[in-house]
Ligand binder design. Structure first.
Ligand SMILES: [Mn+2]
Length: 255
């Protein structure tokens, strides 16, 4: 399969963007802590060289490794996900895809969070988000809102939270299962890809600290369209950053 690298939205041909493949991080099955430490290690090296990390997964828990590596930069994290991932624990695990954002906020690896596209969460998560000041916009609210209004909400959050930059985490289950069936936990009533990209195009600036695209599970999707959409997501967000960084687009400063 092949997708075009030329993005109409950003005007960037991703083929002209300098991308280096760092290779795979060896995960340790059954040991999320060690896996996260390894991810943090690799991402730290990338950040120290002044590069912008792009992570692809797999388990959403890897995001914690990236956020730990970026901790000193005080990242605001835009969590684009059908779920909140704010559980205290899930199936006896304190560290996993259902609790990863809560761990990041509790330990201070993420300074503040804005969840976009949520629609599958428990009452406890909703309550924890409320008392912890996590911004939440559900998929239904996205559908009933405009690109301008949504991006303004996110920009206001970025200014108010006093972060050193933006980290974007895209859980592929945020998209409607008709676009991305190959995910671990498909959730109906999801978002349309173009809407997600249009909002991101308004808020991604050269303050982007990094991003990830996770929860792609190819065995659940023989058609392969989930992987194609994930690749497209990288091309779009990467192009947004590149445009802001090199084309002098009036960037939206958060620091
Ligand atoms: Mn998730």
């Amino acid at each position: 399969m092949y997708i075009e690298f030329n993005s109409l939205r950003t005007g960037i041909d991703f083929e002209s963007v300098g991308v280096y493949d760092e290779g795979d991080v060896a995960v340790v099955h059954g040991d999320a802590g060690e896996t996260i430490a390894r991810v943090a290690d690799v991402v730290s090296g990338i950040v120290e060289e002044g590069r912008v990390p792009i992570l692809l997964g797999g388990e959403h828990t890897i995001t914690l490794g990236a956020l730990r590596a970026l901790r000193k930069r005080r990242p605001c994290v835009l969590w684009v996900d059908a779920h909140m991932d704010l559980r205290e624990e899930y199936l006896g695990l304190r560290l996993g895809h259902a609790s990863v954002l809560r761990r990041a906020l509790e330990e201070g690896s993420a300074k503040s969070a804005f969840i976009l596209g949520a629609r599958g969460f428990s009452r406890d998560e909703e309550e924890w988000a409320r008392v912890s000041g996590v911004n939440v916009v559900t998929s239904r609210e996205v559908e009933n809102s405009s690109i301008a209004r949504l991006s303004l909400m996110i920009k206001k959050w970025l200014v108010g939270a006093g972060c050193g930059g933006l980290y974007v985490s895209i859980d592929m289950d945020v998209f409607d299962p008709c676009y991305a069936p190959g995910v671990g936990n498909p959730e109906p009533e999801g978002l349309v890809p173009g809407v997600v990209f249009d909002v991101l195009a308004e808020v991604v600036s050269d303050d982007l600290l990094g991003f990830d695209v996770v929860e792609v599970s190819p065995p659940f999707d023989p058609s392969g369209i989930t992987s194609v959409l994930a690749a497209k997501t990288v091309v779009e967000i990467g192009g947004m950053w590149w445009r802001a960084r090199w084309r002098g687009r009036p960037s939206y400063r958060v620091s």
